[in-house]
Design a protein around this ligand. Structure first.
Ligand code: ADP
Length: 184
């Protein structure tokens, strides 16, 4: 199962991806987590990416696309993956087409987590990650609207929506139902 997870920052994609990854037996690949791991290990990529994460801006695509390409080429991703945080723009979606073509793989679908802006701001403020400060959150929401939301159209034919408001396990059973629907 090869899925892209879409949704605004704070929609709970990461939480859901962890659960779905276990149920489906495919790795959860989060570009945010990959960047944060590089930042805490102070790799050259991490040093470069840090300023963008701190500001809530997108890391330049050259860096992001190469990181995703190499992660998707690892053996554990051969039979599937849940891609969380990538693509985040139409350009990145086009890069993903190339990456998957090179790997001889095809997406099975796109899961779109739907949630109000009020709810996501509240969730991010209570999460308290380094980039969960009010002005940075506001910027991430603007970046989402301008760069990422157009993917809802780009992927229109492949999208299934999941209502992401509610308890964690309510949302994950909705997500699993949506994924079952993709098989048919
Ligand atoms: N595909 C991407 N392209 C560029 N930057 C990215 C990408 N994915 C993650 N980032 C960077 O990492 C930050 C955190 O991403 P993420 O952990 O997915 O946040 P959230 O959980 O709020 O959606 C983003 O604000 C951005 O700076």
């Amino acid at each position: 199962m090869r899925l892209v997870l879409l949704g605004p920052p704070g929609a709970g994609k990461g939480t859901q991806a962890t659960i779905l990854s276990e149920k489906l037996g495919v790795p959860h690949i989060s570009t945010g987590d990959l960047f944060r791991a590089n930042i805490s290990e102070k790799t050259p990529l991490g040093v470069e990416a840090k300023k963008y994460l701190d500001a809530g801006d997108l890391v330049p695509s050259e860096l992001t696309v190469d990181m995703v390409r190499s992660r998707l080429s690892e053996p554990d991703a051969v039979n599937g993956f849940l891609l969380d945080g990538f693509p985040r723009s139409v350009n990145q979606a086009e890069s993903l087409v190339g990456i998957l073509a090179d790997l001889g793989a095809k997406l099975d679908g796109v899961l779109s987590f739907v949630v109000d802006e009020d709810v996501v701001v509240e969730r991010m403020l209570s999460r308290g990650r380094a980039d969960d400060k009010e002005d940075v959150i506001r910027n991430r929401l603007n970046v989402y609207r301008d760069e990422t939301a157009p993917l809802l159209n780009y992927y229109a034919d492949a999208i299934v929506t999941v209502d992401a408001i509610g308890e964690v396990d309510e949302v994950s059973s909705r997500a699993l139902k949506a994924i079952e629907g993709l098989d048919k």
